[in-house]
Design a protein around this ligand. Structure first.
Ligand code: KG4
Ligand code: ZN
Length: 346
């Protein structure tokens, strides 16, 4: 039995988890800063770092207590070292290094995006779903990233495509603001879209070059902005209440969501077919979107893995899960481990 303590502070969640054998969650504690950043309509980096500093030690204590774990039973400490906000990553990395040194534990630096894919390995104790299997195509869709990767084994990735401009989650957040919905925008748009007509507005899908797996959402975002203006809203000055009162929010949300989902599902399913994947794995905050999951499942003729919504968004259990497979092969970081805000998946 291997017990790994995971630490995640790359963006706006301070998270610590204890995971057994890369799969069983013994604790998964998240101190969210959503309320703090909602006031500004986006993540404020400086504020995020300060909030991580305040939250990290109580979160750590809580994660150890919930797992009934004392330090003797922890085999390694894993921490997200990139990509993410530099000042936010520094909090987690420095705490992890301090703990590894003081408690004499092995240390591993984990890529946040790899973590999102490994959320698919997590399960409740006693559950026995299919084991993820290779070769696999992974679609990582979060607030900062949109990457399509082919994985032939643990840690063996090739990036097939990425966004040329906005990340999928970023597009959700920006369009939510245009419609007068709160932050984060993804869940708000998904909620509104339930009652909306996804065909009312014909928003563009950017297919780019035939031989590319890249995606782009800036044209879509601009099309929504123009539509909102055409519907009579002053997009520079209107308050959130004015927007909501004036706009067919549900239809706009549903039509926008349909365009994003169409592009992501087409690319992911196409890549899985082309690369002979046996499974298609989704991960990242936008994978919490059930319309995305349903659409991918309808179109893919192979098993689709997607974590439950709470494990799609940022958490530390996924970091501990990714670390398990690296720990097993003997990988270790030393105390020179540094943050890498632009760390790519491959
Ligand atoms: O993975 P994540 O928690 O943090 C990053 O690594 O960025 O992703 C956060 C992003 C936000 O942009 C949020 O709006 C989006 O994921 N998101 C969603 C949903 N839940 C969160 N987007 C669409 N539908 C959702 N249900
Ligand atoms: Zn993330």
């Amino acid at each position: 039995m291997t017990r790994i303590l995971g630490i995640e502070t790359s963006c706006d969640e301070t998270a610590v988890a204890v995971v057994r054998d890369g799969q069983e969650i013994e604790s998964n504690v998240i101190a969210s800063q959503t309320d703090l950043h909602a006031r500004y309509g986006g993540v404020m980096p400086e504020q995020a770092s300060r909030a991580h500093l305040r939250a990290i030690l109580p979160t750590l204590d809580e994660a150890l207590a919930q797992a009934h774990a004392d330090w003797d039973t922890i085999d390694a400490i894993a921490v997200t070292h990139g990509p993410g906000l530099a000042g936010a990553l520094l909090v987690g990395v420095n705490v992890a290094k301090g703990l590894a040194f003081a408690r004499r534990k092995p240390l591993l630096g984990i890529n946040h995006l790899e973590g999102h894919v490994y959320a698919n390995w997590l399960r409740a104790p006693d559950a026995r779903p299919d084991e993820p299997a290779f070769p696999m195509v992974g679609l990582i869709v979060s607030g900062g990233h949109t990457d399509l990767v082919a994985a032939t084994g643990h840690g063996q990735y090739r990036r097939l495509g990425r966004t040329r401009d906005d990340a999928a989650g970023e597009a959700f957040d920006k369009v939510a603001r245009m419609l007068g919905l709160g932050f984060p925008g993804g869940p708000a748009i998904e909620r509104e879209a339930v009652a909306g007509d996804p065909k009312r507005f014909k928003f563009p899908r950017a297919w780019l070059e035939a031989d590319s797996w890249d995606v782009s959402f800036s044209g879509l975002k601009t099309a929504v902005l123009h539509q909102v203006r055409d519907l009579g809203v002053d997009t520079d000055h209107a308050s959130a209440q004015e927007r909501r009162a004036h706009l067919p929010v549900a239809d706009l949300a549903a039509s926008f969501q349909a365009a994003v989902v169409d592009v992501l599902a087409t690319r992911a399913v196409g890549a899985a077919r082309t690369f002979g994947a046996t499974q298609l794995a989704l991960g990242g905050g936008v994978a919490a979107n059930r319309t995305l999951l349903r659409t991918v499942e309808e179109r893919a003729q192979l098993p689709v893995l997607c974590p439950p919504p709470a494990l799609c968004t940022d958490n530390a259990a996924m970091i501990a899960a990714a670390a398990f497979f690296r720990f097993r092969t003997g990988e270790r970081a030393d105390l020179t481990l540094d943050v890498d805000p632009g760390l790519p998946i491959a």
